[in-house]
Design a protein. Structure first.
Ligand SMILES: *[C@@H]1O[C@H](CO)[C@@H](O)[C@H](O)[C@H]1NC(C)=O
Ligand SMILES: *[C@@H]1O[C@H](CO)[C@@H](O)[C@H](O)[C@H]1NC(C)=O
Ligand SMILES: *[C@@H]1O[C@H](CO)[C@@H](O)[C@H](O)[C@H]1NC(C)=O
Ligand SMILES: *[C@@H]1O[C@H](CO)[C@@H](O)[C@H](O)[C@H]1NC(C)=O
Ligand SMILES: *[C@@H]1O[C@H](CO)[C@@H](O)[C@H](O)[C@H]1NC(C)=O
Ligand SMILES: *[C@@H]1O[C@H](CO)[C@@H](O)[C@H](O)[C@H]1NC(C)=O
Length: 561
């Protein structure tokens, strides 16, 4: 306790203190408890009010000033200066004009990547195997930053405090169920209205605590999209500072200035059914001689990297083979990266791959010999990669969503085509409709292929929500919240918040990996204002920190496989 009672002889104080030490300690403890409760309550109220969220953030001076690190999505942009012959990532300069002529509901403009500077670097070229020059350059910084990172399985004091705070807030949240002002603030999400509040329902007899690892056969009917987030000290499943072999540093928030990591410790607990704990070895055994393929945009790539880290537990695996060429993933001359990555685990002959297809439809240059050619964007044709390699895939996970905006279409010189000719249907030309049409087309094509590939399981992953508040990525939009479960912690709705995806899979053999609503209540899990390069003023409220929310998508995927 504080001994500086001024004006009193020090010896007397010491004496008195000795006499009353026990009583004082007890009182001090009481006072501490009250203080902690008060502070927590204040924090919660602040969060609801959304005003002084900056109180959670480290001072600006903590920012590391690093060189701009290219983000993966910048690379296709960078390619614009080169001849691009491949359709999959043919990209021309991104037009930083974000006013869309369309008034879209579920597809507001501008994926994060749009902001990237046009600059060619090699950082992402060799994801996996070898450290790139970029990574080497960042080595010292990474080391510097990771010093403070604890053993991820152990909980350091500060982490514990944060976690205690989270638990406390959850407790408070449960009694204050209806104060969901945040949902209003992010009400551009169509699902807002149907998001569950925190009100605890009386659950039928046994609520699964998810701790069991006994496989169940009764989970076929489980709707994994329903459930709640719970704090779990056995999370995360891998270390964000150690999984360098598979995890791009631009998504590894452990390598950034971020100091709060409560978001890493949440586990999704489906309602009324169990979800096995993810184990890499178990996954590999189930996937013996099989191939898991992610096909989609950068959010699909996040899920792929998450999966690689989950399987390996973030450990370096020099025996894992790069089998990209088997799937046409070779880096063409003058390009920064291939159209995807494929890795094989030798012990079970399991392949995990990602193919970049931001729109999930076929994109084809109209004039191969013209570097500035326009591209036909065949809304009714699945990506060429799928047509070519579907027979080699055992589990397919598709996604699209954030590339359907005018800026991207114009910038990439994509021209909508239907039936092989330029689209003349005005209604279809509206981006929201075009996207919906493509999702339906591709899903239905994949479904039609299922009988030809009896071993194939196909999933469409619903839209990953964005959380820009007060603007877009380029107009000061932010996602500063760092307190988990501020929006809510539970999802009880039956239908997906991604109407288009939910509609597209109906009546098909393609399953919906519905992650929209459960991710929507994780606004604190984005990269936010942090980055390896600290590009001031611009936030990434689209991509997620890893480890983080996409890990849960993979756990659900495994449960549904
Ligand atoms: C889009 O919305 C704005 C106002 O929000 C309106 O003025 C404009 O006409 C709309 N454009 C279209 C194409 O509907
Ligand atoms: C995996 O493939 C090998 C070689 O084709 C075969 O011997 C083995 O039985 C297969 N295992 C499974 C589980 O299919
Ligand atoms: C690995 O699995 C593939 C099927 O995905 C199979 O064709 C191949 O024979 C297997 N190789 C070995 C060495 O088991
Ligand atoms: C294709 O592009 C090349 C190079 O710009 C040009 O010479 C040629 O005329 C174009 N072909 C057609 C059919 O437009
Ligand atoms: C999406 O497309 C499908 C099939 O073309 C159509 O039935 C559905 O009404 C469309 N949904 C929206 C919201 O446009
Ligand atoms: C989030 O933080 C940034 C940077 O500190 C600040 O400019 C912005 O106003 C904050 N946004 C909100 C909604 O508090």
């Amino acid at each position: 306790m504080n001994e500086s009672f001024s004006g009193t002889p020090r010896s007397m104080i010491l004496h008195r203190n000795r006499m009353k030490r026990g009583a004082l300690r007890r009182r001090a403890r009481d006072i501490s408890v009250v203080l902690v409760v008060l502070v927590c309550a204040t924090v919660v109220i602040w969060t609801w009010d959304r005003t002084p969220t900056s109180a959670f953030l480290p001072p600006e001076s903590h920012f590391l000033k690093l060189e701009t690190e290219e983000k993966v999505e910048r690379i296709p942009t960078a390619l614009n200066t080169f001849v691009t012959k491949d359709s999959y990532s043919s990209a021309t300069p991104f037009v930083n004009k974000e006013e869309s002529e369309e008034n879209l509901t579920d597809n507001r403009d501008t994926e994060e990547e749009g902001k990237r500077v046009k600059e060619v670097t090699v950082g992402e070229k060799n994801q996996g195997k070898t450290l790139t020059t970029e990574e080497n350059r960042l080595e010292p910084v990474e080391r510097e930053v990771t010093v403070s990172e604890p053993n991820y399985r152990r909980t350091p004091t500060s982490e514990e405090k944060k976690l205690e705070q989270v638990k406390h807030e959850v407790a408070i949240g449960e009694t204050e169920a209806t104060k969901k002002t945040h949902i209003k603030e992010t009400n551009s999400n169509p699902e807002s209205k149907s998001l569950a509040t925190d009100e605890e329902r009386t659950l039928p007899a046994k609520e699964d605590d998810g701790s069991t690892s006994t496989p169940r056969n009764t989970n076929q009917a489980c709707n994994y999209a329903k459930g709640k987030w719970v704090v779990d000290n056995h999370r995360p499943l891998y270390s964000g500072s150690q999984c360098k072999q598979w995890l791009a540093s631009m998504w590894a928030c452990r390598l950034m200035q971020r100091t709060d990591f409560a978001f890493e410790r949440l586990r999704w607990q489906p309602k009324d059914c169990s979800m096995e704990d993810f184990e890499g070895s178990k996954f590999l055994r189930r996937m013996r001689n099989k191939t898991l393929a992610f096909v989609g945009d950068s959010l699909g790539r996040q899920q792929f990297q998450s999966m690689m880290c989950m399987i390996t537990g973030g450990k370096e695996r020099l025996d894992v083979r790069d089998v990209g060429p088997e799937f046409g993933f070779i880096t063409p001359e003058g390009r920064a990266r291939p159209g995807g990555w494929a890795y094989r685990f030798p012990e079970t002959n399991t392949t995990v791959l990602y193919h970049w297809s931001s729109t999930l439809c076929d994109i084809e240059p109209l004039n191969i010999s013209d570097p500035a050619t326009e591209h036909a964007m065949h809304l009714d044709r699945p990506p060429a990669f799928l047509r070519k390699y579907l027979h080699k895939i055992s589990v397919l996970v598709m996604n699209t969503g954030h590339h359907w905006n005018r800026g991207k279409l114009n910038g990439n010189r994509w021209v909508m085509h239907v039936n092989g000719v330029p689209n003349t249907n005005k209604k279809l030309a509206a981006l929201g409709n075009a996207k919906n049409f493509t999702i339906h087309s591709t899903v239905s094509w994949v479904s039609s292929q299922l009988p030809l590939h009896p071993g194939l399981k196909a999933f469409y992953r619903s839209l990953s929500p964005r959380h820009f508040v007060g603007g877009e990525w380029n107009t000061g939009g932010s996602c500063n919240n760092t307190t988990p479960m501020s929006i809510g912690k539970e999802v009880l709705q039956e239908e997906s918040s991604d109407f288009s995806a939910g509609h597209a899979v109906k009546g098909t053999g393609v399953k919906l990996l519905d992650i929209t609503a459960l991710s929507h209540i994780r606004d604190e899990g984005h990269i936010s204002r942090f980055s390896i390069s600290a590009s001031r003023g611009v936030q990434d409220c689209l991509h997620w920190c890893l480890p983080g929310v996409p890990d849960t998508w993979n756990e659900i995927l495994l449960a549904m496989m």
